[in-house]
Design a protein around this ligand. Structure first.
Ligand code: AMP
Length: 214
C-alpha cells in the first residue's frame, strides 16, 4: 500500500477502530481522520444557529447521540482536502453521511472490524484514556503499571464522559439503528472486507495487514 491509499474503518463503538487506525496510519504513512476526536476538541462549539435539539456538539456526544450531519460533514471535507492517503475512523455513521462521502472521495479499502456485542459494553465501560497524550488502557484487559497513571507519559487516566454504562448502551442502540445500514450498504457494493476484532491489538493488526496485503 502506498501513501495515497484511502482506508475506511467501520465497526461498532469499542471495536478498536482508534487503536487499529493509528497503527495502520503508522505502518503505511497515512493521515488519521477521526471525527470523534475532532468533535471532542470542539465540544463547546456554538451550533445554535442550526436550530436543532442541542446547541453544542458535546451535548449530543454526552447523550450518546449523533452530532448533526452539517457539523460532521464540514469536519470531514476539510480534513480530506488536507490528506493524500488516510484512515477514516468514525465516519460515515449514517446513510446520508455515506452518500456525502461518496461525493467527496473514492475509497480503496473498506474494512469492518467485527466484535460481538456482548464484549463491547465491557470494553467501553472499562476503557481509560490519558488526559494528556490520549493513550488508551483498560482496567482489566490492558491495565497500566500504576492505577490511574499513563504508562507512556505519566498523565492522568480518565474515563471518557460517554463511556458510562448508560451512554454506552445508547451509543450501541444508535449504532444498530443508524450505522449498521452503512455497513450493509458497503457490503452490497461488494467493497467490504471483514476482520475479526477479537483478541489482542497485535492479533487484530496482524489480521488487518494480512487482509490488506493479500
Ligand atoms: P467516537 O469517538 O467515534 O466513539 O465518537 C464519539 C461521539 O462523537 C459519538 O457518540 C457521536 O456523538 C460523535 N460522532 C463521532 N463521529 C460522528 C459522526 N460521523 N456523525 C455524528 N456524530 C459523530
Amino acid at each position: 500500500m502506498s501513501d495515497d491509499h484511502r482506508v475506511l474503518l467501520l465497526g461498532p463503538p469499542g471495536a478498536g477502530k482508534g487503536t487499529q487506525g493509528d497503527r495502520i496510519a503508522d505502518r503505511y504513512d497515512l493521515d488519521v481522520i477521526t471525527t470523534g476526536d475532532a468533535l471532542r476538541n470542539n465540544k463547546e462549539m456554538d451550533i445554535s444557529e442550526l436550530g436543532l435539539e442541542y446547541d453544542t456538539p458535546g451535548a449530543y456526544m454526552d447523550a450518546g447521540e449523533l452530532v448533526p450531519d452539517a457539523v460532521v460533514n464540514e469536519i470531514v471535507v476539510t480534513a480530506l482536502a488536507d490528506a493524500d492517503g488516510f484512515v477514516l475512523d468514525g465516519y460515515p455513521r449514517n446513510l446520508d453521511q455515506a452518500e456525502y462521502l461518496s461525493e467527496q472521495t473514492e475509497l480503496d479499502y473498506v474494512v469492518f472490524l467485527d466484535v460481538p456485542e456482548a464484549e463491547l459494553v465491557d470494553r467501553l465501560t472499562g476503557r481509560r484514556v490519558c488526559d494528556d497524550c490520549g493513550a488508551t488502557f483498560h482496567v482489566d484487559f490492558d491495565p497500566p503499571a500504576e492505577q490511574g497513571v499513563c504508562d507512556d507519559c505519566g498523565g492522568e487516566l480518565v474515563q471518557r464522559e460517554d463511556d458510562t454504562e448508560e451512554t454506552v448502551r445508547e451509543r450501541l442502540r444508535v449504532y444498530a439503528e443508524e450505522t449498521e445500514p452503512v455497513v450493509e450498504h458497503y457490503r452490497e457494493l461488494g467493497s467490504l472486507v471483514e476482520v475479526s476484532g477479537e483478541g489482542t491489538p497485535d492479533d487484530v493488526f496482524d489480521r488487518f495487514v494480512d487482509v490488506i496485503e493479500n
